[in-house]
Write a protein that binds this ligand. Structure first.
Ligand SMILES: N[C@@H](CCC(=O)N[C@@H](CS)C(=O)NCC(=O)O)C(=O)O
Length: 202
């Protein structure tokens, strides 16, 4: 398998960390959607990452669909997503909240760094910032993850930890230590694991 995209993308990183947790070998195709557009276009004309290229040559897009495929390829005890019922919905909705936090973080970064300063629309940045912090606040208010007491990780843990680390990295002033203590604990726990440490954001 080949995973296309850089680990500075929270979407690519959540797939890469999950691949390692599942125990899959993969080749990392470290191309940027911004700096390597010509090479990227040949692989994915939509200029989007992550893309997972299977050994058959089949190309998969959308991190959540890629993770759904991978979860179906491993033994039940290795899955990161519960197979059915309230537990599945709980993990999925936690992922949805974390992805919303991540999406808003990315929108703030794009608005403030990709667009020329004079075209940066402050009310949009203010709205995104509020949405981002509301989502992080919701995640932080959840009961502590069972993973902190030794239970296996779920995709909600992986995605929440990846998004927290990403947001702290790209918007450090928004995330002083102690603002989201539960998430910081989860992040520290996860980032110390080999699957995360072998997938550095920078
Ligand atoms: N919903 C997608 C989001 C992927 C995404 O937005 N990737 C970014 C990299 S962080 C990208 O490809 N950006 C280039 C663009 O949007 O043109 C997923 O979960 O895979």
């Amino acid at each position: 398998m080949k995973l296309v995209g850089l680990f500075d993308s929270l979407y690519v990183r959540r797939v890469a960390v999950s691949l390692r947790l599942y125990g899959f070998e993969f080749e990392h195709v470290a191309l940027s959607v911004f700096r390597h557009q010509d090479e990227m276009r040949k692989i994915n004309p939509l200029l989007k990452v992550p893309m997972l290229i299977l050994d058959s040559g089949e190309k998969l897009m959308e991190s959540s669909f890629i993770l759904d495929y991978l979860d179906g390829e491993v033994a039940p005890e290795k899955r990161l997503m519960p197979s059915a019922g309230p537990e599945r919905r709980k993990v999925q909705q936690q992922c949805a909240t974390a992805l919303l936090a991540g999406e808003k973080t990315v929108q703030i970064v794009y608005e403030t760094t990709l667009r020329p300063k004079e075209f940066c629309y402050t009310p949009w940045v203010t709205r995104c910032t509020e949405q981002m912090h509301t989502a992080f606040g919701m995640l932080d208010a959840l009961p502590p993850s069972p993973a902190l007491s030794g239970a296996p990780l779920t995709q909600a843990d992986v995605t929440s930890a990846v998004v927290m680390r990403f947001a702290q990295f790209v918007l450090p002033t928004e995330f002083p230590t102690g603002r989201y203590p539960q998430l910081e604990r989860l992040s520290a726990h996860c980032e110390a694991l080999p699957a995360f440490a072998q997938t550095p954001l920078e």
